[in-house]
Design a binder for this molecule. Structure first.
Ligand SMILES: Nc1nc2c(ncn2[C@@H]2O[C@H](COP(=O)(O)OP(=O)(O)O)[C@@H](O)[C@H]2O)c(=O)[nH]1
Ligand SMILES: [Mg+2]
Length: 284
């Protein structure tokens, strides 16, 4: 069954990439196929890939009718700033009033574009404001993920569940869908984390703001993962950050007052990321 999301309403796909030359072409092909007949644009944020990812994207942007927008940034830190990339692309997407639905998806083919319609469908039918592709519910599958990584992810999700709420089962999944209203609430709040903890921080904010959160079963395909990829220091920082987010959720409750930031200013922890260039294909 095909969804109907017709102009002037459109979907905005937020896609952070770092060295995904192996995956990006196939990913974009599959997104195109999955969203055929739906009005959408894709905003990709790259933080200095050196494997040809950017060149592949730029070649695609030149194709007629291409709905890609690319923000190239320069980052100084070693750690992942995927959260800040998501935030930057969200702010870009909100700048276009036609974007009514937002999707966050990874660039490494771990998230199957064939599930885009399932997530969007939940929003369009008004079942929830946020739909999460959940790795931990009946019907979900996780393939090709080393047990070490599986454990880290499960323990993290379980711990956050205990600290925040067990209503959500998958706190670490970067495959999620939300309404414009939910996106705007993120833009109005001063987000702290540029790292992947951004995902948890934003979810805690949405829970606090009373947004309805739904989950649907997903098949997650692990890619080049392993505990070794996570540096010990990053794991430690993540644990501290999760604790901080939970405390804020429980005690200060993500108070809206005095925390409003200027729209257009993306989240950075150290202010060490800057936009180097921007290019865009045709808009839908
Ligand atoms: N723009 C940007 N994207 C990133 C960064 N780190 C990771 N990504 C992308 O974010 C997505 C998830 O990252 P990944 O390394 O697969 O994380 P994992 O699945 O949790 O191991 C992928 O599409 C990466 O290419 C970063 O610092 N900047
Ligand atoms: Mg991945």
């Amino acid at each position: 069954v095909s969804l109907s999301i017709a102009p002037p309403n459109a979907v905005c796909v937020l896609l952070p990439v770092l060295n995904e030359a192996q995956n990006v072409e196939e990913l974009l092909d599959r997104i195109e196929l999955a969203l055929r007949g739906i009005s959408y644009s894709i905003c990709m944020v790259d933080d200095g890939s050196h494997d040809g990812t950017v060149e592949i994207i730029q070649r695609r942007i030149e194709r007629p009718g291409c709905r890609l927008h690319l923000i190239q940034r320069v980052k100084m830190s070693r750690g992942s700033v995927r959260g800040s990339a998501l935030h930057q692309s969200l702010l870009w997407g909100l700048g276009d009033a036609s974007h009514q639905y937002f999707v966050e998806i990874d660039g490494d083919l771990s998230h199957r574009p064939e599930e885009l319609q399932a997530g969007l469908g939940m929003l369009v039918r008004g079942e929830c404001h946020i739909a999460i592709a959940c790795k931990y519910m009946p019907g979900s599958r996780v393939t090709n993920r080393p047990w070490g990584r599986l454990m880290v992810s499960r323990v993290c999700s379980g711990a956050v569940g205990l600290l925040i709420t067990r209503r959500v089962h998958d706190y670490s999944n970067g495959y999620r869908f939300y309404t414009r209203q939910a996106g705007e609430s993120v833009a109005r709040h001063k987000i702290r984390y540029a790292s992947p903890i951004y995902l948890t921080e934003v979810l805690a904010l949405w829970l606090r703001r009373g947004f309805r959160i739904g989950e649907f079963p997903t098949t997650y395909v692990g890619r080049n993962e392993g505990v070794s990829k996570l540096r010990l220091i990053d794991l430690f920082k993540a644990a501290l950050a999760i604790f901080e987010v939970s405390l804020r959720y429980r005690i200060t409750g993500f108070r809206p007052a005095s925390r409003t930031c200027l729209p257009g200013k993306p989240a950075t922890e150290a202010g060490d990321i800057r936009v180097a260039s921007v290019c865009s294909g045709e808009r839908p």
